[in-house]
Design a protein around this ligand. Sequence first.
Ligand code: PEP
Length: 250
Amino acid sequence: MKHLYIAGNWKMHKTIEEAVSFAKILRERLSATSHTLMVAPPFTALASVAQVLKGSNIRLGAQNMGQEESGAHTGEISPLMLKEIGVSTVILGHSERRHTYLESNELINKKVLLALKHNFEVILCIGETLAERESGKLEQVIHEQLEKGLAGVSKEAMRSIVIAYEPVWAIGTGKNATPDDAEAVHVFIRNVLAKMYSDEVAKNTIIQYGGSVKPENIQALMSMPNINGALVGGASLKEDQFVPIATVVV
Ligand code: PEP
């Protein structure tokens, strides 16, 4: 059976009460799966969900992280605060952060380096817009996001980096990339990592696919040789969708 890393990004959904009750369900229903699992609730629910998931097989993730340890950064959350709660993983460079909140590759890189300094696992999201894909810029964009996002990250530190390939046009749209299209980009990502680091890093780095993953398409996507897991948005919010995704057998 192929080992996968399935992560759920709850985005700006669920009150503390809703998040706790959903986390309890997931803890129980996913206790037997051997896949690596992670959920990223909103910041307000992190501490409460941490209590529920303590000692379980589900990692706790944050959806974003501030770029400094402390200081005058109204509205931001420091890595120290996330550590204190028990967060193990941070999602950085999500397309909603890049496009709605205009986070640059440089800012994302600063966060990546800070997260690594504090021993977090980082899920670095990359992906092209539809306009970039249609104008033939797919490889250029992916290359730049990897090169700039991972600037200063050592070969050793790459063990703590997961890449999530999330084509922007597939996020929250119901339109997933075909398994072949996703696989082709995952192969390209590995080639870039091989040039930046080594064949070994390229081979060992976990590369998730994200973008309208559902119970109906998880099997076909995860069957592709270079896809190692999924970052799931909308379908991670409901038991009847996330449980089959997180327990898929490939
Ligand atoms: C995401 O938020 O990372 C995502 C892939 O969303 P969705 O699954 O809803 O497309």
